[in-house]
Ligand binder design. Structure first.
Ligand SMILES: Nc1ncnc2c1ncn2[C@@H]1O[C@H](COP(=O)(O)OP(=O)(O)O)[C@@H](O)[C@H]1O
Ligand SMILES: [Mg+2]
Length: 251
């Protein structure tokens, strides 16, 4: 089933019914995203970015149009079917990290595996591996409140990784972070894309952050107004190394 095209949308619409009024969040979105792409989505607040990402991630169903994920029409699947797809194929990263505050880093990372039929031993091993991959092994027994925002977001990325997704969806993943920490997080997301070959779609407010992607889609009032390849994709690890150098010179 899994071909080259990760995401194919045809004339996707989303209308929210708010009492007697209708909110048209998406007004006919058509796009293709190939496996291995790294795509930024920009647009003003309220333009439909999160709605688009939530439909891509099977958190919500469109009210019109067709959505093919890995070649399969998922537009009309029921809640359980969508939950199964999310759990097997998609990892989410959010602006607010969305970690559980009252359980350890290790337990947070294991959460997506609880419903995936993984043995406890494998759960722990896979969580440790993911934590190692985001370079936070020494915080394994910490609680989210005991680590920085950037570290919490890396834990959230580890959690998004444990079920070996083919698609990572990030909704303003750097929105709550300072600029250097933002680049740090983007470097982890770039590694997901470059080292693991995971398809990434990332919503961001910041043009600087979008330039770490290979393609930029702009949306306005629920429609795509621009879709361009970014020829000079920035490398976050390099930018980070340069920032460190500058800091050393200043010190
Ligand atoms: N669950 C919802 N119920 C009603 N309206 C919603 C809901 N989610 C989003 N909207 C509306 O849809 C439009 C697009 O929202 P959203 O996708 O969150 O935009 P963005 O992420 O670009 O800020 C906005 O007008 C918003 O108020
Ligand atoms: Mg949003």
């Amino acid at each position: 089933m899994s071909g080259k095209t990760a995401i194919m949308m045809e004339d996707i619409e989303k209308v929210y019914q708010m009492g007697v009024t209708k909110v048209h969040a998406l007004n006919g979105i058509s796009l293709d995203i190939q496996n291995g792409e790294m795509v930024a989505v920009m647009g003003a607040s309220g333009s439909g970015k999160s709605t688009l990402l939530n439909i891509m991630g099977c958190l919500e169903r469109p009210t019109g149009g067709i959505y093919y994920l890995d070649g399969e029409n998922v537009s009309q699947l029921n809640k359980d079917q969508l939950a199964a797809i999310r759990s097997n194929r998609i990892g989410f990263v959010f602006q607010g990290f969305n970690l559980l505050g009252n359980v350890s880093v290790l337990d947070n990372i294991q959460l997506p595996m609880i419903y995936a039929g993984v043995t406890k031993k494998d759960m722990v091993n896979r969580a440790k591996e993911a934590l190692d991959w985001v370079k936070l092994s020494k915080y394994i027994n910490h609680y989210p409140g005991q680590i920085s925002g950037g570290q919490q977001q890396r834990v959230a990325i580890a959690r998004a990784l444990v079920n070996n997704p083919t698609l990572i969806l990030a909704d303003e993943p750097t929105g709550a972070l300072d600029s250097k920490t933002s680049i740090e997080i983007v470097s982890v997301i770039q590694r997901l894309n470059l080292e693991k070959g995971i398809t990434v779609v990332m919503v961001t407010h910041e043009k600087d952050i979008a330039h770490y992607c290979r393609r930029l889609i702009n949306i306005k009032d629920g429609k795509i107004v621009d879709d361009t390849l970014l020829l000079n994709q920035r490398n976050a690890a390099e930018d980070l190394a340069n920032l460190e150098k500058e800091r050393d010179v200043e010190a």
